[in-house]
Design a protein around this ligand. Structure first.
Ligand code: MLT
Length: 260
């Protein structure tokens, strides 16, 4: 069973974290919305935070199935599910495998496309390096300029330090497993188009990993399939919008959830 933290009572909202971090990524939104009539559940995906690594082959599908196992355990038939970056890939795997469990989805700082062969090879190199080192701490410095927007890196050293600490705390085996799982993920645009229920797309204006173009492609696919689709740009934030501007992301979620 996935380790998870939850706050509040009411409509269930599940928020899935990015790579290579854990559910702490969504702590601000969990606390805020949990105090406002939602049951906000933030799992640690397999191999991250307090969740055991998966013994199976690396796959975002395995992560999605673990989320459904958690929903079953919590007695939740249907939830709003949102994911940031890797959490978005897992949300797309849920769209493919368990669409009936989703009443609406949030795709934050993520993309529908599969990896290019070059990107997959880079992931394998990172996975091997993390395994060899026995820790993820060594990859933090290389990742931070991509994960955090220029504004955050220049003006919010405490956020930079927090994210560095989060990365360094993740078990090497989980980080390597997830890299390989993400490398194997398929293109998910058709799954987004097939959903047909409400979709919120969030992106940071300074995101270079999943820039605006990726967000707009997902939003177009959702609209083409008849989803009520909302797009929110978070100014002065990079890839990790939920920690770079927690208030803006909470506000975006609150406004959208209220309209469901
Ligand atoms: C993430 O933030 O989860 C990662 O950037 C996702 C990825 O490596 O594609």
């Amino acid at each position: 069973m996935l380790h998870h933290v939850e706050s509040g009572t009411g409509r269930p909202v599940v928020l899935l974290h990015a790579f290579p971090m854990d559910s702490a990524l969504w702590a601000a939104q969990r606390r805020a919305l949990g105090a406002e009539g939602y049951r906000v559940i933030t799992p640690d995906l397999p191999g991250f935070g307090g969740s055991a690594p998966s013994p199976t082959s690396p796959s975002v599908d395995v992560m999605a199935d673990a989320v459904v196992e958690l929903l079953d355990h919590l007695g939740i038939e249907q939830a709003v599910v949102g994911g940031l970056s890797m959490g978005g890939y897992v949300t797309m795997a849920l769209l493919r495998r368990h669409p009936d469990r989703l009443s609406a989805i949030v795709l934050a700082d993520t993309k529908a496309s599969a990896d290019t062969p070059e990107a997959a090879a880079t992931r394998e190199a990172v996975a091997a390096a993390v395994e060899a080192a026995g820790t993820a701490a060594g990859i933090a410095d290389g990742m931070l300029p991509n994960l955090l927007g220029a504004t955050t890196r220049e003006s919010r050293p405490e956020v930079v330090a927090t994210v560095r600490r989060w990365i360094g705390a993740q078990p090497a085996a989980g980080v390597a497993w997830a890299q390989r799982g993400m490398a194997a993920r398929p293109d998910s645009l058709a799954d987004i188009a097939a959903f047909g229920r409400p979709v919120l797309v969030v992106f940071g204006a300074e995101d270079t990993i999943s820039p605006a173009a990726d967000a707009l492609v997902m939003a177009d696919a959702a609209r083409s399939g008849g989803s009520s689709t909302t797009v929110v740009e978070i100014p002065a934030a990079g890839h990790l919008t939920a920690v770079e501007d927690p208030q803006a992301v909470t506000d975006a979620l609150r406004t959208w959830l209220a309209g469901l």
